[in-house]
Design a protein around this ligand. Sequence first.
Ligand SMILES: [Zn+2]
Length: 552
Amino acid sequence: MNDTDFEGMPGLTEDQLSEINDCFTHYLFYRRIKANTVGIAGTNSKKEVSECVCSRCGSEYILERGLIHNIQTTCTKCGCKVTAKHRSYGKKKLYEAVRVLLICPENENRVWLRAFWCTKTYQTEQGENLTPKITPKIRKAEEARYLLEPRKKARHWRWNYKGGKFIWCEQKNPQEPFHSYMGYGGEYYLLSQSRLSDTFLRYIDFRSWYAEYQEYYNCYLSHLYYSVLNVPDTRYMCEFAQYPIFESLIKAGFGELVAGKIAERRVLSTYLNWEADKLSDFFKSFDKEEVKWLHDQSYQYMSIKEYALFKRVYGKKDIERYQSDKETFGMCFTELLQLIRRYKLRYTHSLNYLIAQYDKYRPTDMIKIRNDWSMLNIWTDYLRFAKELGYDMKNEIITHPKELMQAHDKAAKTVAAIQRKQAEEKAKVVNAENKKKYAFEYAGLRIVIPTCPDDIIREGEKLHHCVGGYSDRHFSGKLTILFIRKITNPDKPYVTMEVRGKKIVQVHGYRNDINKPLPKSVKLFVEEFKKYIEQPVKYKKELEKEKARKTA
Ligand SMILES: [Zn+2]
Protein backbone atom coordinates (compact mmCIF):
# COMPACT_ATOMS: atom_id res chain seq x y z
CA MET A 1 0.00 0.00 0.00
CA ASN A 2 1.15 3.56 -0.70
CA ASP A 3 0.34 6.31 1.75
CA THR A 4 -1.28 8.22 -1.07
CA ASP A 5 -3.65 5.40 -2.02
CA PHE A 6 -6.42 6.67 0.21
CA GLU A 7 -5.98 10.36 -0.43
CA GLY A 8 -9.36 11.72 -1.33
CA MET A 9 -11.33 8.91 0.27
CA PRO A 10 -14.20 10.59 2.12
CA GLY A 11 -14.77 10.05 5.82
CA LEU A 12 -18.12 8.89 7.16
CA THR A 13 -20.81 11.53 7.50
CA GLU A 14 -23.34 11.90 10.33
CA ASP A 15 -26.00 10.51 8.01
CA GLN A 16 -23.93 7.43 7.33
CA LEU A 17 -23.31 6.87 11.04
CA SER A 18 -27.03 6.91 11.68
CA GLU A 19 -27.55 4.56 8.73
CA ILE A 20 -25.19 2.16 10.49
CA ASN A 21 -27.04 2.66 13.75
CA ASP A 22 -30.27 1.75 12.01
CA CYS A 23 -28.92 -1.70 11.16
CA PHE A 24 -29.06 -2.60 14.84
CA THR A 25 -32.10 -3.63 16.84
CA HIS A 26 -33.49 -0.64 18.74
CA TYR A 27 -34.56 -0.62 22.35
CA LEU A 28 -36.46 1.68 24.60
CA PHE A 29 -34.92 1.23 28.06
CA TYR A 30 -37.29 2.22 30.82
CA ARG A 31 -37.82 2.38 34.53
CA ARG A 32 -41.23 2.81 36.19
CA ILE A 33 -41.41 5.58 38.73
CA LYS A 34 -44.10 7.28 40.77
CA ALA A 35 -44.63 10.86 39.69
CA ASN A 36 -46.63 13.58 41.39
CA THR A 37 -49.65 14.62 39.41
CA VAL A 38 -51.97 17.46 40.11
CA GLY A 39 -55.66 16.57 39.88
CA ILE A 40 -58.47 18.79 38.53
CA ALA A 41 -59.47 19.78 41.99
CA GLY A 42 -55.90 20.74 42.81
CA THR A 43 -55.29 17.56 44.77
CA ASN A 44 -51.86 15.96 44.70
CA SER A 45 -51.68 12.30 43.85
CA LYS A 46 -48.97 9.77 42.82
CA LYS A 47 -49.14 8.12 39.42
CA GLU A 48 -46.91 5.51 37.79
CA VAL A 49 -45.03 6.73 34.71
CA SER A 50 -42.03 5.40 32.67
CA GLU A 51 -38.68 7.12 32.48
CA CYS A 52 -37.31 6.17 29.01
CA VAL A 53 -34.18 6.38 26.94
CA CYS A 54 -34.18 5.39 23.23
CA SER A 55 -31.17 3.44 21.91
CA ARG A 56 -31.74 4.82 18.43
CA CYS A 57 -32.07 8.55 18.90
CA GLY A 58 -30.68 8.83 22.42
CA SER A 59 -33.63 10.91 23.65
CA GLU A 60 -34.54 10.75 27.30
CA TYR A 61 -38.14 11.41 28.23
CA ILE A 62 -41.06 10.52 30.51
CA LEU A 63 -43.93 8.41 29.17
CA GLU A 64 -47.24 8.94 30.97
CA ARG A 65 -47.87 5.22 31.19
CA GLY A 66 -46.24 2.09 32.51
CA LEU A 67 -44.27 0.09 29.90
CA ILE A 68 -43.99 -3.69 29.91
CA HIS A 69 -40.75 -5.61 29.37
CA ASN A 70 -40.25 -6.92 25.79
CA ILE A 71 -43.32 -5.34 24.20
CA GLN A 72 -43.01 -3.70 20.79
CA THR A 73 -43.66 0.02 20.86
CA THR A 74 -42.72 3.24 19.08
CA CYS A 75 -40.29 5.88 20.25
CA THR A 76 -42.30 9.09 20.58
CA LYS A 77 -39.24 11.18 19.71
CA CYS A 78 -37.90 9.50 16.57
CA GLY A 79 -40.95 7.46 15.60
CA CYS A 80 -38.97 4.28 15.27
CA LYS A 81 -40.16 0.78 16.18
CA VAL A 82 -38.44 -0.25 19.38
CA THR A 83 -38.54 -3.08 21.92
CA ALA A 84 -39.15 -2.01 25.50
CA LYS A 85 -36.54 -3.32 27.94
CA HIS A 86 -36.63 -2.79 31.66
CA ARG A 87 -33.36 -1.26 32.79
CA SER A 88 -32.75 -3.74 35.54
CA TYR A 89 -32.78 -6.78 33.23
CA GLY A 90 -29.43 -8.19 32.10
CA LYS A 91 -28.12 -6.65 28.92
CA LYS A 92 -25.43 -9.17 28.02
CA LYS A 93 -27.70 -10.81 25.46
CA LEU A 94 -28.31 -7.50 23.75
CA TYR A 95 -24.78 -7.56 22.32
CA GLU A 96 -25.12 -7.32 18.56
CA ALA A 97 -22.75 -7.27 15.59
CA VAL A 98 -23.58 -6.15 12.06
CA ARG A 99 -21.58 -5.98 8.85
CA VAL A 100 -22.01 -3.03 6.58
CA LEU A 101 -20.69 -1.78 3.26
CA LEU A 102 -20.93 1.96 2.70
CA ILE A 103 -20.85 3.68 -0.64
CA CYS A 104 -18.64 6.78 -0.40
CA PRO A 105 -18.22 8.66 -3.69
CA GLU A 106 -15.24 10.98 -3.91
CA ASN A 107 -16.48 12.48 -7.19
CA GLU A 108 -18.42 11.36 -10.24
CA ASN A 109 -15.72 9.00 -11.46
CA ARG A 110 -14.17 7.79 -8.20
CA VAL A 111 -16.41 5.72 -5.95
CA TRP A 112 -15.10 4.23 -2.72
CA LEU A 113 -16.65 1.32 -0.87
CA ARG A 114 -15.83 0.85 2.79
CA ALA A 115 -16.66 -2.31 4.73
CA PHE A 116 -17.03 -2.27 8.52
CA TRP A 117 -17.65 -4.85 11.18
CA CYS A 118 -19.69 -3.00 13.82
CA THR A 119 -20.69 -3.97 17.33
CA LYS A 120 -22.90 -2.54 20.02
CA THR A 121 -23.09 -3.57 23.64
CA TYR A 122 -25.33 -2.24 26.38
CA GLN A 123 -23.53 -3.68 29.33
CA THR A 124 -23.06 -1.27 32.19
CA GLU A 125 -20.46 -1.40 34.86
CA GLN A 126 -21.68 -2.18 38.34
CA GLY A 127 -23.03 0.69 40.34
CA GLU A 128 -22.99 3.00 37.38
CA ASN A 129 -25.97 5.08 36.46
CA LEU A 130 -27.57 3.41 33.48
CA THR A 131 -28.34 6.38 31.30
CA PRO A 132 -24.99 7.34 29.76
CA LYS A 133 -24.11 3.79 28.73
CA ILE A 134 -27.50 2.82 27.45
CA THR A 135 -26.97 4.50 24.12
CA PRO A 136 -23.39 3.45 23.54
CA LYS A 137 -21.21 4.40 20.65
CA ILE A 138 -20.94 1.82 17.94
CA ARG A 139 -17.52 0.21 17.70
CA LYS A 140 -16.36 -0.02 14.11
CA ALA A 141 -13.57 -2.13 12.66
CA GLU A 142 -12.84 -1.41 9.02
CA GLU A 143 -12.18 -4.61 7.11
CA ALA A 144 -11.96 -3.66 3.45
CA ARG A 145 -11.75 -0.74 1.05
CA TYR A 146 -12.48 -0.57 -2.67
CA LEU A 147 -11.96 2.02 -5.35
CA LEU A 148 -14.20 1.87 -8.41
CA GLU A 149 -13.42 3.86 -11.56
CA PRO A 150 -14.98 3.69 -15.05
CA ARG A 151 -13.67 0.81 -17.21
CA LYS A 152 -10.94 -0.04 -14.74
CA LYS A 153 -10.42 -3.15 -12.68
CA ALA A 154 -11.59 -2.24 -9.20
CA ARG A 155 -8.93 -1.99 -6.49
CA HIS A 156 -9.45 -3.83 -3.22
CA TRP A 157 -7.52 -3.54 0.05
CA ARG A 158 -7.95 -5.77 3.05
CA TRP A 159 -6.94 -4.96 6.63
CA ASN A 160 -4.46 -7.77 7.21
CA TYR A 161 -1.76 -8.82 9.61
CA LYS A 162 1.51 -8.75 7.72
CA GLY A 163 5.11 -8.46 8.85
CA GLY A 164 4.18 -8.14 12.52
CA LYS A 165 1.50 -5.48 12.20
CA PHE A 166 -1.85 -4.72 10.65
CA ILE A 167 -1.73 -2.88 7.34
CA TRP A 168 -3.90 -2.32 4.27
CA CYS A 169 -2.96 -5.04 1.78
CA GLU A 170 -4.00 -4.67 -1.82
CA GLN A 171 -5.63 -7.80 -3.26
CA LYS A 172 -5.01 -9.19 -6.73
CA ASN A 173 -8.67 -9.50 -7.63
CA PRO A 174 -11.59 -7.85 -5.87
CA GLN A 175 -13.32 -10.24 -3.46
CA GLU A 176 -16.38 -9.93 -1.28
CA PRO A 177 -15.59 -8.01 1.93
CA PHE A 178 -16.67 -10.72 4.37
CA HIS A 179 -16.04 -14.44 4.12
CA SER A 180 -18.76 -17.00 3.89
CA TYR A 181 -18.16 -20.63 4.64
CA MET A 182 -19.83 -23.81 5.87
CA GLY A 183 -23.36 -22.54 5.64
CA TYR A 184 -22.65 -19.15 7.17
CA GLY A 185 -23.33 -16.36 4.75
CA GLY A 186 -21.00 -13.44 4.27
CA GLU A 187 -23.94 -11.08 3.95
CA TYR A 188 -23.90 -7.44 4.93
CA TYR A 189 -26.00 -4.30 4.70
CA LEU A 190 -25.38 -2.21 1.61
CA LEU A 191 -25.72 1.39 2.79
CA SER A 192 -25.82 4.82 1.15
CA GLN A 193 -27.08 3.45 -2.18
CA SER A 194 -28.66 6.80 -3.04
CA ARG A 195 -25.19 8.34 -3.21
CA LEU A 196 -24.57 6.52 -6.49
CA SER A 197 -26.98 8.85 -8.27
CA ASP A 198 -24.27 11.49 -8.76
CA THR A 199 -21.69 9.04 -10.07
CA PHE A 200 -20.91 7.00 -13.17
CA LEU A 201 -22.69 4.10 -11.48
CA ARG A 202 -26.05 5.89 -11.43
CA TYR A 203 -27.73 3.28 -13.68
CA ILE A 204 -26.84 0.31 -11.52
CA ASP A 205 -30.08 -1.52 -10.82
CA PHE A 206 -29.88 -3.62 -7.69
CA ARG A 207 -33.42 -4.95 -7.94
CA SER A 208 -32.90 -6.65 -11.32
CA TRP A 209 -29.51 -7.81 -10.17
CA TYR A 210 -31.04 -9.58 -7.16
CA ALA A 211 -33.63 -11.25 -9.38
CA GLU A 212 -30.98 -12.40 -11.88
CA TYR A 213 -28.69 -13.68 -9.19
CA GLN A 214 -31.47 -15.53 -7.43
CA GLU A 215 -32.46 -17.27 -10.64
CA TYR A 216 -28.89 -18.20 -11.43
CA TYR A 217 -28.47 -19.54 -7.91
CA ASN A 218 -31.57 -21.70 -8.25
CA CYS A 219 -30.39 -23.10 -11.60
CA TYR A 220 -26.72 -23.72 -10.91
CA LEU A 221 -25.77 -23.39 -7.26
CA SER A 222 -28.58 -24.32 -4.89
CA HIS A 223 -27.73 -28.04 -5.02
CA LEU A 224 -24.19 -27.55 -3.70
CA TYR A 225 -23.30 -28.52 -0.16
CA TYR A 226 -23.40 -25.68 2.32
CA SER A 227 -24.81 -23.44 -0.34
CA VAL A 228 -26.56 -20.29 0.82
CA LEU A 229 -28.07 -17.59 -1.30
CA ASN A 230 -25.66 -14.80 -0.65
CA VAL A 231 -25.71 -12.06 -3.26
CA PRO A 232 -22.19 -10.75 -3.98
CA ASP A 233 -23.11 -7.07 -4.28
CA THR A 234 -19.58 -5.80 -3.92
CA ARG A 235 -18.22 -7.83 -6.78
CA TYR A 236 -21.24 -6.86 -8.84
CA MET A 237 -20.50 -3.16 -8.30
CA CYS A 238 -16.79 -3.67 -9.02
CA GLU A 239 -17.45 -5.41 -12.32
CA PHE A 240 -20.33 -3.13 -13.25
CA ALA A 241 -17.82 -0.28 -13.06
CA GLN A 242 -15.30 -2.19 -15.15
CA TYR A 243 -17.71 -3.55 -17.79
CA PRO A 244 -20.37 -1.08 -18.91
CA ILE A 245 -21.92 -3.86 -21.03
CA PHE A 246 -23.48 -5.29 -17.83
CA GLU A 247 -26.23 -2.72 -17.99
CA SER A 248 -27.29 -3.65 -21.53
CA LEU A 249 -27.00 -7.37 -20.81
CA ILE A 250 -29.37 -7.23 -17.88
CA LYS A 251 -31.83 -5.03 -19.73
CA ALA A 252 -31.78 -7.28 -22.81
CA GLY A 253 -32.47 -10.49 -20.88
CA PHE A 254 -28.93 -11.86 -20.60
CA GLY A 255 -28.65 -11.42 -16.86
CA GLU A 256 -27.70 -15.07 -16.50
CA LEU A 257 -24.38 -14.28 -18.20
CA VAL A 258 -23.72 -11.43 -15.76
CA ALA A 259 -24.68 -13.56 -12.75
CA GLY A 260 -22.52 -16.44 -13.95
CA LYS A 261 -19.53 -14.19 -14.42
CA ILE A 262 -19.87 -12.84 -10.89
CA ALA A 263 -20.87 -16.07 -9.17
CA GLU A 264 -18.50 -18.51 -10.82
CA ARG A 265 -16.19 -16.33 -12.89
CA ARG A 266 -17.61 -17.87 -16.07
CA VAL A 267 -16.09 -15.72 -18.76
CA LEU A 268 -16.33 -17.78 -22.00
CA SER A 269 -13.89 -15.38 -23.60
CA THR A 270 -13.89 -17.44 -26.81
CA TYR A 271 -17.50 -16.46 -27.42
CA LEU A 272 -18.07 -13.31 -25.35
CA ASN A 273 -16.38 -9.93 -25.42
CA TRP A 274 -16.89 -8.34 -22.01
CA GLU A 275 -15.09 -5.17 -23.08
CA ALA A 276 -17.75 -4.48 -25.71
CA ASP A 277 -19.86 -1.31 -25.64
CA LYS A 278 -22.80 -2.64 -27.64
CA LEU A 279 -24.60 -5.97 -27.49
CA SER A 280 -23.87 -6.54 -31.19
CA ASP A 281 -20.14 -6.59 -30.35
CA PHE A 282 -20.59 -8.72 -27.25
CA PHE A 283 -21.42 -12.04 -28.91
CA LYS A 284 -18.35 -12.83 -30.94
CA SER A 285 -19.55 -15.73 -33.06
CA PHE A 286 -23.34 -15.34 -33.02
CA ASP A 287 -25.41 -13.40 -35.54
CA LYS A 288 -28.66 -11.56 -34.81
CA GLU A 289 -30.89 -14.59 -35.28
CA GLU A 290 -28.69 -16.71 -33.04
CA VAL A 291 -28.61 -14.04 -30.32
CA LYS A 292 -32.40 -13.90 -30.45
CA TRP A 293 -32.57 -17.67 -30.10
CA LEU A 294 -30.11 -17.62 -27.20
CA HIS A 295 -32.21 -15.01 -25.46
CA ASP A 296 -35.04 -17.55 -25.10
CA GLN A 297 -32.89 -20.35 -23.69
CA SER A 298 -33.17 -21.08 -20.01
CA TYR A 299 -29.57 -22.24 -19.65
CA GLN A 300 -27.70 -19.60 -21.61
CA TYR A 301 -24.17 -20.54 -20.60
CA MET A 302 -24.67 -24.17 -21.53
CA SER A 303 -26.43 -23.25 -24.75
CA ILE A 304 -23.62 -20.94 -25.89
CA LYS A 305 -20.99 -23.61 -25.40
CA GLU A 306 -22.96 -26.48 -26.84
CA TYR A 307 -24.30 -24.58 -29.83
CA ALA A 308 -20.85 -23.21 -30.66
CA LEU A 309 -19.45 -26.72 -30.54
CA PHE A 310 -22.30 -27.92 -32.73
CA LYS A 311 -21.54 -25.24 -35.32
CA ARG A 312 -17.91 -26.25 -35.32
CA VAL A 313 -18.49 -29.93 -36.00
CA TYR A 314 -21.55 -29.45 -38.20
CA GLY A 315 -19.68 -26.88 -40.25
CA LYS A 316 -22.35 -24.18 -40.42
CA LYS A 317 -25.10 -22.31 -38.64
CA ASP A 318 -28.38 -24.25 -38.29
CA ILE A 319 -30.47 -23.56 -35.21
CA GLU A 320 -33.28 -25.87 -36.26
CA ARG A 321 -31.00 -28.81 -36.81
CA TYR A 322 -29.30 -28.18 -33.48
CA GLN A 323 -32.62 -28.04 -31.65
CA SER A 324 -33.87 -31.29 -33.12
CA ASP A 325 -30.62 -33.20 -32.49
CA LYS A 326 -30.44 -31.78 -29.00
CA GLU A 327 -33.92 -33.15 -28.38
CA THR A 328 -32.83 -36.60 -29.54
CA PHE A 329 -29.66 -36.82 -27.47
CA GLY A 330 -30.57 -34.65 -24.50
CA MET A 331 -28.00 -34.44 -21.75
CA CYS A 332 -25.35 -36.42 -23.59
CA PHE A 333 -25.34 -34.22 -26.68
CA THR A 334 -22.27 -32.25 -25.61
CA GLU A 335 -20.31 -35.48 -25.05
CA LEU A 336 -21.33 -36.71 -28.45
CA LEU A 337 -20.23 -33.46 -30.10
CA GLN A 338 -16.90 -33.66 -28.31
CA LEU A 339 -16.40 -37.20 -29.53
CA ILE A 340 -17.12 -36.15 -33.09
CA ARG A 341 -14.64 -33.32 -32.82
CA ARG A 342 -11.93 -35.37 -31.13
CA TYR A 343 -11.88 -38.09 -33.78
CA LYS A 344 -12.86 -35.86 -36.70
CA LEU A 345 -15.94 -37.95 -37.46
CA ARG A 346 -18.67 -37.05 -39.94
CA TYR A 347 -21.56 -35.39 -38.15
CA THR A 348 -24.77 -36.80 -39.65
CA HIS A 349 -23.24 -40.19 -40.30
CA SER A 350 -22.15 -40.47 -36.65
CA LEU A 351 -25.53 -39.49 -35.23
CA ASN A 352 -27.30 -42.02 -37.42
CA TYR A 353 -24.73 -44.63 -36.51
CA LEU A 354 -25.25 -44.14 -32.78
CA ILE A 355 -29.04 -44.33 -33.18
CA ALA A 356 -28.72 -47.54 -35.20
CA GLN A 357 -26.52 -49.08 -32.49
CA TYR A 358 -29.06 -48.12 -29.84
CA ASP A 359 -31.81 -49.73 -31.85
CA LYS A 360 -29.86 -52.95 -32.12
CA TYR A 361 -29.51 -53.47 -28.40
CA ARG A 362 -32.63 -51.89 -27.03
CA PRO A 363 -36.19 -53.15 -27.22
CA THR A 364 -37.91 -50.87 -29.73
CA ASP A 365 -40.33 -49.27 -27.28
CA MET A 366 -37.47 -47.97 -25.17
CA ILE A 367 -35.62 -46.07 -27.83
CA LYS A 368 -37.87 -43.05 -27.94
CA ILE A 369 -35.57 -41.11 -25.67
CA ARG A 370 -31.91 -41.56 -26.37
CA ASN A 371 -30.45 -39.44 -23.63
CA ASP A 372 -29.04 -42.55 -22.02
CA TRP A 373 -25.28 -42.54 -21.59
CA SER A 374 -24.42 -46.20 -21.95
CA MET A 375 -24.18 -46.63 -25.71
CA LEU A 376 -22.26 -43.39 -26.09
CA ASN A 377 -19.90 -44.51 -23.33
CA ILE A 378 -19.28 -47.78 -25.09
CA TRP A 379 -18.45 -45.95 -28.30
CA THR A 380 -16.19 -43.50 -26.43
CA ASP A 381 -14.27 -46.37 -24.81
CA TYR A 382 -14.05 -48.25 -28.08
CA LEU A 383 -12.59 -45.27 -29.92
CA ARG A 384 -10.03 -44.74 -27.18
CA PHE A 385 -8.96 -48.40 -27.35
CA ALA A 386 -8.81 -48.26 -31.12
CA LYS A 387 -6.54 -45.24 -31.00
CA GLU A 388 -4.31 -46.88 -28.35
CA LEU A 389 -4.01 -49.94 -30.54
CA GLY A 390 -2.87 -47.77 -33.44
CA TYR A 391 -5.84 -48.53 -35.68
CA ASP A 392 -6.45 -46.33 -38.71
CA MET A 393 -8.77 -43.70 -37.24
CA LYS A 394 -9.47 -42.23 -40.69
CA ASN A 395 -11.14 -45.44 -41.78
CA GLU A 396 -14.88 -45.42 -41.04
CA ILE A 397 -14.98 -49.22 -40.90
CA ILE A 398 -12.74 -48.80 -37.84
CA THR A 399 -14.42 -45.77 -36.24
CA HIS A 400 -17.98 -46.95 -36.91
CA PRO A 401 -17.84 -50.76 -36.59
CA LYS A 402 -20.94 -52.63 -37.68
CA GLU A 403 -21.29 -54.39 -34.34
CA LEU A 404 -20.16 -51.83 -31.78
CA MET A 405 -20.60 -54.08 -28.72
CA GLN A 406 -18.50 -56.91 -30.15
CA ALA A 407 -15.88 -54.52 -31.50
CA HIS A 408 -15.69 -52.86 -28.07
CA ASP A 409 -15.27 -56.15 -26.18
CA LYS A 410 -12.62 -57.37 -28.59
CA ALA A 411 -10.63 -54.13 -28.42
CA ALA A 412 -10.93 -54.07 -24.62
CA LYS A 413 -9.51 -57.62 -24.42
CA THR A 414 -6.60 -56.74 -26.69
CA VAL A 415 -5.81 -53.60 -24.72
CA ALA A 416 -5.96 -55.53 -21.43
CA ALA A 417 -3.61 -58.21 -22.79
CA ILE A 418 -1.15 -55.56 -23.92
CA GLN A 419 -1.30 -53.83 -20.56
CA ARG A 420 -0.70 -57.11 -18.75
CA LYS A 421 2.29 -57.79 -20.96
CA GLN A 422 3.64 -54.30 -20.29
CA ALA A 423 3.16 -54.76 -16.55
CA GLU A 424 5.08 -58.03 -16.68
CA GLU A 425 7.93 -56.39 -18.59
CA LYS A 426 8.01 -53.55 -16.10
CA ALA A 427 8.01 -55.99 -13.18
CA LYS A 428 11.03 -57.79 -14.66
CA VAL A 429 12.95 -54.53 -14.82
CA VAL A 430 11.89 -53.60 -11.30
CA ASN A 431 12.92 -57.01 -9.95
CA ALA A 432 16.37 -56.76 -11.53
CA GLU A 433 16.89 -53.24 -10.16
CA ASN A 434 15.76 -54.24 -6.66
CA LYS A 435 18.14 -57.19 -6.66
CA LYS A 436 21.04 -54.94 -7.59
CA LYS A 437 20.16 -52.23 -5.09
CA TYR A 438 18.85 -54.04 -2.04
CA ALA A 439 20.50 -57.49 -1.78
CA PHE A 440 22.00 -57.44 1.74
CA GLU A 441 22.99 -59.64 4.67
CA TYR A 442 24.02 -58.79 8.19
CA ALA A 443 24.31 -60.59 11.51
CA GLY A 444 22.18 -63.60 10.70
CA LEU A 445 19.50 -61.70 8.78
CA ARG A 446 19.07 -61.02 5.07
CA ILE A 447 16.87 -59.20 2.59
CA VAL A 448 14.52 -61.31 0.48
CA ILE A 449 13.07 -59.51 -2.54
CA PRO A 450 9.51 -60.32 -3.65
CA THR A 451 9.41 -61.24 -7.33
CA CYS A 452 5.68 -61.82 -7.91
CA PRO A 453 2.45 -60.45 -6.38
CA ASP A 454 1.82 -63.76 -4.59
CA ASP A 455 5.03 -63.27 -2.56
CA ILE A 456 3.70 -60.01 -1.15
CA ILE A 457 0.19 -61.33 -0.55
CA ARG A 458 1.56 -64.38 1.32
CA GLU A 459 3.77 -62.12 3.50
CA GLY A 460 0.73 -60.04 4.46
CA GLU A 461 -1.37 -63.11 5.26
CA LYS A 462 1.26 -64.80 7.40
CA LEU A 463 2.21 -61.66 9.35
CA HIS A 464 -1.34 -60.30 9.54
CA HIS A 465 -0.59 -56.85 8.23
CA CYS A 466 -1.67 -54.89 5.18
CA VAL A 467 1.36 -55.20 2.90
CA GLY A 468 -0.76 -57.09 0.33
CA GLY A 469 -2.24 -53.79 -0.85
CA TYR A 470 1.22 -52.50 -1.83
CA SER A 471 1.78 -55.08 -4.55
CA ASP A 472 0.81 -52.94 -7.59
CA ARG A 473 2.93 -50.03 -6.47
CA HIS A 474 5.88 -52.34 -5.78
CA PHE A 475 5.86 -53.90 -9.24
CA SER A 476 5.37 -50.59 -11.00
CA GLY A 477 8.42 -49.25 -9.15
CA LYS A 478 6.65 -46.56 -7.11
CA LEU A 479 7.90 -48.06 -3.86
CA THR A 480 9.72 -51.21 -2.77
CA ILE A 481 8.62 -53.90 -0.38
CA LEU A 482 11.46 -55.94 1.13
CA PHE A 483 11.30 -58.95 3.43
CA ILE A 484 13.75 -59.26 6.33
CA ARG A 485 14.28 -62.98 6.98
CA LYS A 486 16.61 -65.17 9.03
CA ILE A 487 19.43 -66.58 6.95
CA THR A 488 18.74 -69.97 8.48
CA ASN A 489 15.08 -69.87 7.42
CA PRO A 490 14.76 -67.59 4.37
CA ASP A 491 11.30 -68.85 3.33
CA LYS A 492 9.53 -67.96 6.56
CA PRO A 493 7.96 -64.48 6.75
CA TYR A 494 9.47 -62.54 9.64
CA VAL A 495 9.64 -58.74 9.24
CA THR A 496 8.52 -56.51 6.32
CA MET A 497 10.02 -53.20 5.24
CA GLU A 498 8.86 -50.46 2.87
CA VAL A 499 11.57 -48.46 1.11
CA ARG A 500 11.33 -45.53 -1.27
CA GLY A 501 14.62 -44.97 -3.05
CA LYS A 502 17.15 -44.47 -0.24
CA LYS A 503 14.55 -43.86 2.44
CA ILE A 504 13.16 -46.47 4.81
CA VAL A 505 9.47 -45.67 5.26
CA GLN A 506 8.25 -48.40 7.60
CA VAL A 507 9.36 -51.65 9.22
CA HIS A 508 6.78 -54.02 10.68
CA GLY A 509 6.59 -57.58 11.97
CA TYR A 510 3.73 -59.78 13.10
CA ARG A 511 0.44 -57.84 13.48
CA ASN A 512 2.29 -54.55 13.06
CA ASP A 513 4.21 -55.28 16.34
CA ILE A 514 1.18 -54.41 18.45
CA ASN A 515 1.88 -57.02 21.11
CA LYS A 516 5.64 -57.26 20.88
CA PRO A 517 8.18 -54.67 19.75
CA LEU A 518 10.68 -55.65 17.06
CA PRO A 519 13.72 -57.52 18.42
CA LYS A 520 16.93 -55.57 18.84
CA SER A 521 18.66 -57.70 16.22
CA VAL A 522 16.14 -56.47 13.61
CA LYS A 523 16.66 -52.83 14.60
CA LEU A 524 20.44 -53.20 14.29
CA PHE A 525 19.98 -54.87 10.94
CA VAL A 526 17.80 -52.00 9.70
CA GLU A 527 20.36 -49.42 10.89
CA GLU A 528 23.10 -51.23 9.03
CA PHE A 529 20.92 -51.63 5.92
CA LYS A 530 20.20 -47.91 6.00
CA LYS A 531 23.94 -47.13 5.98
CA TYR A 532 24.33 -49.47 3.04
CA ILE A 533 21.57 -48.08 0.80
CA GLU A 534 22.55 -44.49 1.52
CA GLN A 535 26.17 -44.99 0.45
CA PRO A 536 26.57 -48.45 -1.06
CA VAL A 537 30.03 -47.87 -2.59
CA LYS A 538 31.56 -46.51 0.60
CA TYR A 539 29.87 -49.24 2.64
CA LYS A 540 31.28 -52.02 0.44
CA LYS A 541 34.77 -50.52 0.54
CA GLU A 542 34.77 -50.39 4.31
CA LEU A 543 33.50 -53.95 4.46
CA GLU A 544 36.45 -55.03 2.28
CA LYS A 545 38.89 -53.18 4.55
CA GLU A 546 37.40 -54.85 7.59
CA LYS A 547 37.75 -58.27 6.00
CA ALA A 548 41.35 -57.58 5.04
CA ARG A 549 42.19 -56.53 8.58
CA LYS A 550 40.63 -59.66 10.03
CA THR A 551 42.48 -62.00 7.72
CA ALA A 552 45.76 -60.17 8.14
ZN1 LIG B 1 -35.93 7.39 19.49
